[in-house]
Design a protein around this ligand. Structure first.
Ligand code: ZN
Length: 200
C-alpha cells in the first residue's frame, strides 16, 4: 500500500498497530485521534510513557511490575502475608486485583510450562515460589493458573515441589461461571462443575 502520510506518521501507525487488540485499521484511527488531540492527549501520553519507561521495575520478591521494588503489594502491611496467589502473568494479577478477589500477596511465574514451546521450569520463577512457600508466615499457596493443559501441568509440577512445605496448596474452582447458563457450557466445564460441587 502506498504511504498516505509522511514517514513520521507512518511510523506512529506501525508502532500502534503492534499493540494487542489494534489491527492496521484501528491503529490508523488511533494515530489520527492522537494527532487531532495533540495537546490534550498526545503530549500527556508521551510524558506518561517516558516516565513509565524510566521508572518501571520488576519486583524482586513477586515478579510484579511496578515503579518500586519491592512492589506496592509486597510492601503493603494490610495484605495477608500468609497467603500467596501464584499467577502466570502480571495480567492475571491485575485481573484478580480488579475483581478485589483477595487481599493477599502474589507470585508471578512469568508464564506456564509448555514443552511444545520449549518453556521449562528454568524459564519461570518456580524456584522462588518454592522458597517463599517455606517462609514461616506462609500458610497457603493458591495456584490461580489457567484451566488449560499448560496451566494445569504447571499447577501439578508446583504442587509436587511443595509436598514438604508446611502450606496448604489450593487451586481455583473449575465450573459454572457467575451468570452462566448450563445449556451453553461445554462438556468439560459441566463435568468439572459436577465433580467439584459444593454443599449448599
Ligand atoms: Zn512484589
Amino acid at each position: 500500500m502506498p504511504a498516505t502520510a509522511g514517514p513520521e506518521i507512518e511510523r506512529l501507525i506501525q508502532l500502534l498497530a503492534r499493540l494487542p487488540g489494534l489491527g492496521p485499521r484501528s491503529a490508523r484511527r488511533a494515530a489520527l485521534h492522537l494527532i487531532k488531540k495533540r495537546e490534550q492527549l498526545m503530549s500527556p501520553l508521551t510524558s506518561a510513557l517516558e516516565t513509565a519507561l524510566a521508572k518501571i521495575v520488576i519486583c524482586r520478591v513477586c515478579g510484579n511490575i511496578d515503579t518500586q521494588d519491592p512492589c506496592t503489594i509486597c510492601t503493603d502491611p494490610r495484605r495477608d502475608p500468609s497467603v500467596i496467589v501464584v499467577v502466570a502473568d502480571v495480567a492475571d494479577l491485575w485481573a484478580l486485583e480488579r475483581a478485589g478477589a483477595i487481599n493477599a500477596r502474589y507470585h508471578v511465574l512469568g508464564g506456564t510450562l509448555s514443552p511444545l514451546d520449549g518453556i521449562g521450569p528454568q524459564d519461570l520463577t518456580i524456584d522462588a515460589v518454592v522458597t517463599r512457600a517455606h517462609e514461616p508466615a506462609v500458610r497457603e499457596i493458591i495456584l490461580a493458573l489457567n484451566a488449560t493443559v499448560d496451566g494445569q501441568t504447571t499447577a501439578h509440577y508446583i504442587t509436587d515441589l511443595l509436598h514438604n512445605a508446611k502450606v496448604s496448596v489450593t487451586r481455583l474452582a473449575h465450573g459454572v461461571p457467575v451468570g452462566g447458563e448450563l445449556d451453553y457450557l461445554d462438556e468439560g466445564t459441566l463435568s468439572a462443575a459436577i465433580r467439584q460441587r459444593t454443599p449448599f
